[in-house]
Design a protein around this ligand. Structure first.
Ligand SMILES: CNc1ncnc2c1ncn2[C@@H]1O[C@H](COP(=O)(O)OP(=O)(O)OP(=O)(O)O)[C@@H](O)[C@H]1O
Length: 166
């Protein structure tokens, strides 16, 4: 049995670009990714998503502007933690993305996403995000570079997915 830990992952987007941040410390160091982190005790997932976005790139987003677009699960050979990642997208927000101690934000055109410098799983599930499709993915890693096996599929509705998951 795995010990499930819930994380958030937020992407700001506009018509032509997506905001990624270069991780400057900790897990995923030197990789481009969305903004997010662990959900704290007594904190809702959506509140954690808002907090992490503010802490990591100084941008504020309203609850109602954050859309849950996907669910990812990661396990690592020999480790008992299951990372349960809730993926969100927003196109309405306040503030200018600004570099912090944790992340250096940069807008990327959709055709220029730096997959070579991202988590290997991103290349597999990003096509769903880019086509505005809801998605579910599970990935089992050996170390942090090799995906041993995975499954990704499109979802019709996140609420139904979570209702049936329990
Ligand atoms: C394995 N494949 C993966 N593919 C894509 N994204 C991944 C990921 N694995 C983790 N992520 C995301 O990376 C962030 C880590 O966050 P992380 O820095 O550990 O959290 P937090 O800020 O709470 O940590 P500290 O406060 O520094 O301890 C968090 O958004 C999480 O969703």
């Amino acid at each position: 049995m795995y010990l499930r830990k819930i994380y958030t992952l937020v992407f700001l987007r506009n018509e032509t670009q997506i905001l990624l941040g270069l991780k400057k410390r900790g897990f995923g160091l030197n990789k481009w990714n969305g903004f997010g982190g662990k959900v704290e005790h007594n904190e809702s997932i959506i509140d954690a998503a808002i907090r992490e976005l503010r802490e990591e790139c100084c941008v504020d987003v309203n609850k109602s502007d954050l859309k849950n677009i996907g669910h990812l699960e990661f396990t690592f050979e020999g480790e008992s933690i299951l990372m349960d990642v809730r993926v969100f997208s927003a196109s309405v927000y306040e503030g200018v993305p600004t570099e912090t101690e944790e992340m250096a934000p940069k807008w990327f055109k959709y055709e220029e996403i730096p997959f070579d410098d991202m988590w290997p799983d991103d290349r597999i599930w990003f096509p769903y995000l880019l086509k505005n499709k809801l998605f579910y993915g599970i990935f089992h890693y050996k170390g942090y570079d090799t995906i041993l096996n995975y499954e990704v599929k499109e979802l019709k509705c996140m609420e139904t997915f979570y209702k049936n998951k329990k």
